[in-house]
Structure formats: C-alpha cells, structure tokens
Design a protein around this ligand. Sequence first.
Ligand code: IPE
Ligand code: MG
Length: 232
Amino acid sequence: MDGNGRWAQKQGLPRISGHEVGVQRIQGVLETLGPKGVKFVTLYAFSTENWGRPQDEVDGIMDIFSEAVASQTQALHEKNVRIVHVGKTENLGTDLSKAVSGAQSLTANNTGITLNVAFDYGGRAEILEAVRRIIRDGVDPDSIDEDLFSRYLFTAHSPDPDLIIRTGGELRISNFLLWQSAYSEYYHTPTLWPDLDSEELLQVLDTFANRRRRYGGLNPEDESSDSQTSQE
Ligand code: IPE
Ligand code: MG
C-alpha cells in the first residue's frame, strides 16, 4: 500500500493523513475484487523495516491500525471476509495484538475473501522464523520439501500469490513474500495507493488475465512448432 505519505503531501496534509485515507480504501478494494472471484488478498501494511521511520509516524500508524481493527472488523465480518494477520505479533503491544487475534477468531470461519494483513511483516524474517520452527519441531531434513516449508510460513493457509500489485511507482520487492512470489506476476503503477480506484484495479485484472505464465517452461505452441530447439 505504497504512496500514502506522498498522497498526503500532495494535498498539503501531514503524512499520517495519507495512512488514514489509505486504510479507508481497503473495503472498496475488496468490493471490487470479490465479485471478480478473487479469494485471497494480502495487504502489505507495515514492514519489519518500517519501525525505522520517525517515532511519531510509527506511533501514528499503530494508532490508525488499532482504530481500523476496532472499526472495520464487524463490517468485514458481515461481508464474510476472513481476516488473518501475517507477521510478527511480539512487537505490536498487548492491546493491539489482542484486538488482532480477536478479529482473527471472529472471522476464522468466514468463507469469502481471505484478507491477509501483513503487519510487522518481512520476507526474510519470515523465512528465518520458519527455519527455527522446523528445527524446533525436529523435522527430518530429508522430508523438507517446498510444500512442507510453505506450511511453516505465516501464509501457510494461503496459496502463493498469482499477482502482486505495487503502487507508488517503486520497482522493487521490498522484502514482500520473498518465498511465495517465486512465480507471481508483477504489476507496478505510479498510482499512489489512496488513488488506486476500482477502474484501475479492473484494468489490472484484465492485464493479468492476458499474461501467459510458463513457470520456467515453454508455451505449448512453441514446443510443437520448434520441437528440436525445445529438446535442447
Ligand atoms: C506506505 O506508504 C505505507 C507504509 C509503509 C506504512 P508510504 O508511507 O511508504 O508512502 P510514501 O512512499 O512515503 O508516499
Ligand atoms: Mg513508500
């Protein structure tokens, strides 16, 4: 959800207002994606590196997140959304981590969109945590395969993302779903997160529908028209 701060600055508002507006956009995004059959949405809300921002911005984001959990959980529950926190809970503070786990249990049996909220999330930290848990569980090294490893990640309940949308014009991965994004399609846009509207989202889905995913292989028609080369 990149671009909140710049969005606010463009309107002559403090950066923190951008985070507020950014969080308010979430329900609209789900309303656009749900009818298109999207079942899993992961929002990168706060990274392990974001703690390094000025303290007042970090505090402001924590307040906004707490407020959002308090005020939006019921509405999301009524829309059959399953909320899952993806990330570390240790540093969230008692009230916030209680609120987050309350939202998770309330919505645990919902069957609509799964909304993964990546908060205090970092891809490398997640991989290291998976390794620690695998070792602690005494898993036989020979039984460690990609499926098993995926089940030790915060996203164990979710398939790998088909599509990753990066707003705010940056062209980097920023420690997001490093393991899970091995074959994700990328879409990047200069649009700042609070400006990402349903028109652009639908256009992104159309673009995605026309991508040809080969997972390291060849397109079937290339295989048949040039079988000699494809055997090399
Ligand atoms: C993303 O918006 C939200 C968080 C990282 C919490 P930014 O705060 O990165 O906004 P810009 O990139 O400064 O515009
Ligand atoms: Mg940014």
